[in-house]
Design a protein around this ligand. Structure first.
Ligand SMILES: Nc1nc2c(ncn2[C@@H]2O[C@H](COP(=O)(O)OP(=O)(O)OP(=O)(O)O)[C@@H](O)[C@H]2O)c(=O)[nH]1
Ligand SMILES: [Mg+2]
Length: 240
């Protein structure tokens, strides 16, 4: 039996993106399956995925009542995966910022790693397309800041295209994971690093969304600014 991999895709109003994304993902490797975690999208994303899942056994959906944030959506998806026999679990956005073409590279890299991160800033080279300069600067500086405060030596710790080996998610106390926005990405990698897992970055080309609306907010940025200090404190006090 080949090792199955679950691609967890959180959605909030992504009906223009999700059908095409699902079919592209499934076409990349026969081991791949998709779990959409939809937070009651008013645009009907959930119902659309229900229809797709009824015809395609490799597509699954988790409905949540209301918008509760990216971090809790991923945690729900991870628990769903751990209750089944998936060997690898991906995080992936629905908005095509994360190109399904990269999926085979992740699957190749995870054979020699516990956590593979898609990096937009690998070796200092910026591979981001279509972001306004202010957004790019915010993201790039956030990464330097996170590296300095937490000591986690990654070129891109805030990215959300990644692949976990099952053992990593089993080792992390998911109910103890605190953050919900960009900080969620840093927190998961930080916890994996502190547990001694092997983290590998691979370069990805990140393209800004062309359809749908961004859910980025000032709250998400503030959470990340404070959270990295909390992670440092948790490491010092042995909580992680
Ligand atoms: N289930 C769920 N999904 C969410 C929530 N917030 C965002 N998402 C999804 O998470 C993914 C990333 O969200 P984006 O809006 O692209 O956020 P971003 O990538 O940080 O920002 P932009 O790409 O600039 O818009 C997308 O697939 C969203 O639909 C949420 O509260 N619940
Ligand atoms: Mg996005």
């Amino acid at each position: 039996m080949p090792e199955r991999a679950l691609v967890v895709v959180p959605t909030y109003n992504e009906k223009e993106n999700i059908p095409r994304l699902i079919s592209l993902v499934l076409g990349k490797d026969p081991r791949l399956e998709v779990l959409v975690v939809d937070d009651g999208s008013p645009d009907g994303t959930g119902a659309l995925v229900d229809e797709i899942a009824a015809k395609e056994p490799r597509v699954h959906i988790l409905h949540r009542e209301k918008k509760m944030g990216l971090g809790t959506a991923y945690r729900a998806g991870f628990k769903w995966a751990l209750a089944r026999d998936y060997a690898y679990v991906f995080e992936m956005d629905a908005d095509f910022s994360h190109d399904p073409d990269h999926l085979p590279q992740f699957l190749a890299a995870i054979t020699n790693a516990d956590l593979v991160l898609g990096s937009r800033y690998m070796g200092g080279r910026v591979t981001v397309v279509n972001w306004p300069m202010t957004r790019l600067l915010l993201s790039y500086c956030a990464n330097i800041y996170a590296r300095v405060v937490t000591g986690l030596r990654l070129d891109d710790s805030t990215g959300g295209f990644k692949c976990f080996r099952r053992a990593v998610l089993e080792a992390i106390d998911l109910d103890d994971v605190r953050s919900n926005g960009y900080a969620f990405q840093i927190e998961m990698s930080f916890r994996a690093w502190k547990k001694g897992f092997r983290i590998v970055e691979i370069p990805i080309v990140f393209v800004d969304r062309t359809v749908g609306v961004s859910k980025m907010s000032g709250h998400i940025v503030r959470e990340a600014v404070l959270m990295v200090w909390r992670l440092r404190w948790w490491a010092l006090t042995g909580r992680v």
